[in-house]
Design a protein around this ligand. Structure first.
Ligand code: ZN
Ligand code: ZN
Length: 585
């Protein structure tokens, strides 16, 4: 019986107003997904000129018999959707009934397919059947799309540069490879291998094939579950981050989806571990009952809506933060031989990196088989451990960096960033749990404001009093402060009071208290921190390190800059070209 059914007309119409084959990447997507649906275990994508002159996809899937091979190009053929309800089920990859027909109408398509018995060759150009004949019987399908848009010059003109086309194809293939680590993918352009995965089913190996072994080594495995969701995957150490959001990949039941809230919570989970406007590399796979999602059914979109979104976000955040909170996150001073490539926003690879991006997993010395137990979250608080190693200060460089050592290596601490972190956590704690405890000011402080600042500030007197301020009106657009919270930094009181009033008077109506406190704490912390060119004594350094050790996150200032970096003994030996026998001297 024929595997491909002809969808009934209503269903066909329901499929959004036309699957549009717009670019090379959309052709690649259709062909690759067909190969996946045909159970291909090895899928090879070969391009010439970024697909503009040839896109060839070869798989070892089930293949088609002659009848199916011809029907496949008819308008509403599909093997994927059997009835209307399937449309809402995320377990089906999508529907591409119209796609092959659309592709064949604007290009020259050569299809060779076989179920293992007789092979069939079909050639269609500009939508016209040129020939159908028997051919050799290698099981699987090879499809070649050439002369794309030859008969639609407007579309052809619409195509972006070769680089952009290639970047978006690469981006797509990367993501489909991440969602199918069990399939062996090869992507080649003009005989250059861009991606090669091993199909072993090991996600970390796929990550390694895409990003290289150095990044893979800095990925942390995560696992978490609750009643409705189970999540697992890999997240990068905070020191590995990128300018664009494109490297946060979320899979839902094996399918790459886009969800802004998910991306936001992932990034928020790294807050203060890295700058907020840099994004981690993350591959998170979410498993759930399909009834909990609404997929936007337009076939070219990957948007998704979760019916228990808050719960999912909470689980994602907990899983990521609890992982980060248990790590020692001291970046090694980058003496490594690979450059940190600053990337442009969307296209994920630079032209030159594409050529160099050879598969790297053979050289890997990583243990890919570590399996983490899923963390099941209960209400109890996790006990925090001190994550900073013991450090012995040696001296100060440029009045800025504290040099420390221990048996593992040498460390540099940025004293401003470290003190900023200590202050920040202290201020945040005080702001989150206000006590109204205050100290009277020797000289009451009067502050003049602009009329609109004054209006907002007056509305917030209770807010400030709750913090510990004694504040009242003092003439036109002025306030007088007679007492301030106990936790202001000595000698910085005036400065900090002004900063607090400034932030409070620019408060929005429906502000988020936690975020406001966080911002306020970070601002005050910077103001109160040690300036560069302040010479600390060894005792002061020891005190600073011991305070830093007590922090929840001792590794970053509130803005996400590192407080500490290290040169391991090994790094030092490498830098001084000492090795083996030499290092014993
Ligand atoms: Zn600062
Ligand atoms: Zn900072």
């Amino acid at each position: 019986m024929s595997k491909i059914r002809v969808m009934d007309e209503i269903l066909a119409n329901k499929i959004a107003a036309g699957e549009v084959v717009e670019r090379c990447a959309s052709v690649v997507k259709e062909l690759v997904e067909n190969s996946i649906d045909a159970n291909g275990k090895e899928i090879k994508i070969e391009l010439k000129e970024a697909g503009t002159s040839l896109i060839k996809v070869t798989d070892d899937g089930t293949g088609m018999d002659k009848e199916d091979a011809v029907v496949a190009f008819s308008r509403h053929a599909t093997s994927k959707i059997m009835d209307e309800s399937d449309l809402y089920n995320i377990n089906t990859l999508g529907f591409r009934g119209e796609a092959l027909a659309s592709i064949a109408s604007v290009s020259n398509v050569l299809l060779k397919t076989s179920t293992g018995e007789v092979g069939t060759l079909v050639n269609i150009k500009g939508g016209k059947l040129i020939k159908v004949e028997n051919t050799d019987a290698r099981k699987g399908t090879v499809i070649e799309v050439s002369e794309l848009f030859y008969n639609t010059p407007a579309r052809l003109k619409h195509m972006k540069s070769l680089y952009t086309e290639l970047a978006s194809i690469t981006d797509y293939v990367n993501k489909i490879a991440l969602s199918h680590p069990e399939i062996r993918f090869t992507l080649i352009n003009n005989n250059n291998v861009i991606l090669k995965t091993d199909g072993s089913g090991n996600l970390l190996k796929t990550i390694s094939a895409i990003y290289g072994v150095d990044i893979a080594r800095k990925m942390l495995e995560i696992n978490g579950e609750d009643d409705d969701y189970s999540i697992n995957g890999f997240i990068s150490l905070p020191e590995i981050n990128r300018a664009g959001r494109n490297h946060m990949v979320t899979l839902v039941n094996g399918r790459v989806v886009r969800n802004q809230e998910l991306n936001k919570i992932i990034n928020d989970s790294y807050h203060s571990y890295k700058p907020d406007n840099r994004y981690p590399i993350v591959v998170i796979s979410i498993e759930l009952d399909p009834s909990l999602v609404d997929v936007n059914i337009h076939p070219t979109k990957m948007d998704i809506k979760f019916s228990k979104l808050e719960e999912l976000l909470e689980l994602v955040k907990k899983t990521i933060t609890s992982k980060l909170n248990r790590q020692t996150l001291i970046p090694e001073a980058s003496i490594t031989d690979f450059p940190i490539v600053e990337e442009v926003q969307e296209p994920i690879l630079k032209e030159n990196t594409i050529i160099e991006n050879k598969p790297k997993y053979e050289e890997i010395t990583l243990d890919f088989n570590v399996q983490e137990e899923p963390v099941i979250y209960e209400k109890k608080e996790e006990k925090e451990e001190e994550r900073l190693p013991l450090l012995y200060p040696v001296g100060l460089v440029h009045g800025t960096y504290i040099v420390c050592q221990n048996e593992i290596g040498m460390y540099l601490i940025d004293q401003h960033a470290a003190k900023e972190r200590i202050n920040y956590e202290m201020f945040k704690e005080k702001l989150t749990n206000p006590t109204k405890e205050n100290i009277p000011m020797l000289l009451p402080l009067t502050i003049e404001l602009s009329n609109n600042e004054y209006i907002v500030l007056k509305e917030n007197f209770a807010f400030l009093e709750n913090m510990g301020f004694e504040i009242s009106e003092f003439g036109i657009n002025s306030v007088i402060i007679k007492a301030h919270p106990t936790w202001l930094t000595k000698d910085f009181e005036d400065l900090q009071i002004r900063k607090i009033l400034e932030l409070v008077s620019s408060k929005e109506k429906d502000f988020d208290l936690a975020k406001f406190n966080d911002h306020l704490a970070a601002t005050l912390a910077c103001k109160a921190s040690i300036k560069a060119n302040t010479n600390l004594s060894i005792n002061e350094m020891e005190a600073l390190i011991s305070d830093l050790r007590k922090c929840h996150n001792p590794f970053n200032c509130p803005h996400g800059r590192p407080t500490i970096i290290t040169f391991t003994k090994y790094d030092l030996e490498k830098l001084f070209k000492r090795s083996g026998f030499e290092s014993l001297k």
